[in-house]
Write a protein that binds this ligand. Structure first.
Ligand code: DQA
Length: 146
């Protein structure tokens, strides 16, 4: 069974309260419940982690990354400047899909650049919580094809 890490960065613990017009009305727990159900249908094992701290995200990737088959990550604002998270994804050699709830390209200029995307297989932006489901579906394939 594939083990997929689902990591959310800063301020995403506040989903539902935080700018719902931009990020939707579901809480992170609700999103994760939906992902757990979907993973069950696909036969994937999912582990969730959220932190507001860059170092904690890096430590989690170091701890769990070598044993995992894939990573779904919404790095929040770290997307736009964290070379350290980018390096950690490369260091643990994980196939990663970056997800953003909002369409970062239709927002402020500083959000248009992701320093994480170049080390990911791809990224999904602008589909709200559905983006995580899409990312999970990507991993529904034999290990050799990931
Ligand atoms: C976000 C987009 C980022 O620019 C922002 O800092 C976030 C959320 C998104 O999911 O749309 O915290 O990653």
């Amino acid at each position: 069974m594939h083990r997929i890490l689902i990591v959310n960065g800063p301020n995403l613990n506040l989903l539902r309260q935080r700018e719902p017009e931009t990020y939707g009305s579901r809480s992170l727990d609700e999103i994760n419940e939906r992902l757990t159900a979907h993973a069950g249908q696909l036969g994937l094992d999912v582990s969730f982690f959220q932190s507001n701290s860059e170092g904690e995200i890096i430590d989690y990737l170091h701890r769990e990354g070598f044993e995992a088959d894939g990573l779904i990550i919404n790095p929040g604002a770290f997307t736009h400047y964290s070379y350290a998270i980018r390096d950690a994804i490369v260091a643990v050699n994980l196939c990663a899909v970056e997800v953003h709830l909002s369409n970062i390209y239709s927002r402020e200029e500083f959000r248009h650049k992701s320093v994480i995307a170049p080390v990911c297989r791809g990224h999904i932006v602008g589909f709200g919580a559905e983006g995580y489901i899409m990312a999970l579906s990507f991993f529904n394939k034999p290990k050799g094809d990931i």
